[in-house]
Design a protein. Structure first.
Ligand SMILES: Cc1ncc(COP(=O)(O)O)c(C=O)c1O
Length: 333
């Protein structure tokens, strides 16, 4: 039974504005290898609402949900709020290490992952780990929520298609957002859901907020259709690659006595690993003086002892990056 009128205005219902859903279906096919029909696209008010809808529709209290450790805590909080029991899965340089959970573990309902660029550490999940994860979730009859929050921003190496492309059993729900590729205040994202479930998402979206803002959906549909979006991503990829390089050179030049870091092929931030507790404390204390804003890895970890400082670079010019890191190093002397 439908709880809402199918169509309020031309082209819009709780799943989104029809032309935008078409544009996204074609965009994810070309850029991320995700094959889907526009009927499978659910426009959300950002990834956060996508996670909320998934929790509402797929989880019952006490269901088990697995998440990367460290991982995206805004997702974890939604699952916990829905009454889920969390399993924190260790990550290493190949991504989530699902084998570490053991096959006898009680069944899981959902696994939340960031395969293209692990949040917050930035590694890409290897093909072997992707296959292992798909097998594991199949045994558990679990769903995978693939958060591809910035799969577009890969600066070196071969682009790896989304995990969704390897899914033979229709258990991967793909999630994208315009927060990273355009700007976070634009509250628009999307889910690609199995077609037999799109009616349930339509109901849930309607009950949450009817539909995401129509005016923004219309502008975005034109922006994609007219080719501006693809051009924007190409331009930003070059710009951010240069900013990432500037960040790595500055850290190497000025902070290498204090921190280690791994060069990543993706992302819009760098993670510094202080060489000692003392270096960590010194870096945190001086960052405030030189007005460097940061997050810590522990903000995203169940294990609050995890050390690491997260620095965004996308919003700053190469010169600003170099100057800020130099100022920070001088303050440490
Ligand atoms: C892992 C991850 N997923 C999704 C998002 C974007 O969420 P939203 O679309 O709700 O702004 C972010 C933004 O920081 C993120 O880090």
């Amino acid at each position: 039974m439908k709880l809402m009128p199918r169509s309020l205005l031309g082209g819009i219902n709780a799943l989104g504005y029809e032309p935008l859903r078409k544009a996204i279906a074609s965009y994810v096919g070309v850029s991320r290898g995700v094959r889907c029909d526009p009927e499978q696209v659910v426009i959300t008010s950002g990834a956060q609402q996508g996670i909320e809808l998934i929790a509402k529709l797929l989880l019952d209290p006490n269901d088990r949900v697995a998440i990367e450790e460290p991982g995206y805590s805004p997702a974890r909080r939604v699952f916990e709020f829905a009454g889920a029991r969390m399993t924190f899965i260790p990550t290493d340089s190949s991504g989530i290490n699902i084998a570490s959970v053991g096959i006898d573990h009680s069944p899981h309902r959902l696994v939340y992952v960031t395969p293209s660029s692990q949040w917050p550490l930035g590694m890409t999940m290897t093909l072997a780990r992707r296959l292992e994860l798909l097998q594991w979730t199949r045994r558990h009859k679990a769903w995978i929520l693939e958060d591809d929050y910035n799969g577009e921003y890969r600066y070196r190496g071969r682009p790896l298609p989304a995990l969704h492309t390897l899914d033979e059993y229709g258990r991967v729900i793909y999630m994208g957002t315009f927060s990273k590729v355009l700007f976070p205040a634009l509250r628009l994202g999307y889910l690609i859901v199995p077609s037999q479930h799109s009616g349930a998402f339509e109901n849930a979206h309607w009950l949450a907020d009817q539909h995401s803002s129509l005016a923004e959906q219309m502008v975005l549909a034109d922006f994609i259709e007219e080719g501006h979006f693809a051009r924007h991503i190409r331009r930003m990829r070059t710009l951010y690659a240069a900013r990432q390089d500037a960040m790595y050179s500055a850290i190497h030049r000025y902070l290498s006595d204090y921190v280690d870091f791994v060069r990543r092929e993706t992302g819009q931030h760098t993670v510094l690993t202080p060489k000692s507790e003392a270096a960590n404390n010194q870096l945190i204390a001086t960052a405030k003086h030189v007005k460097i804003e940061y997050h810590t890895v522990s903000m995203y970890a169940a294990n609050a002892q995890s050390r690491g400082i997260i620095l965004g670079f996308a919003a700053f010019t190469e010169r600003q990056i170099q100057m800020a890191v130099r100022r920070w190093a001088e303050a440490l002397q």
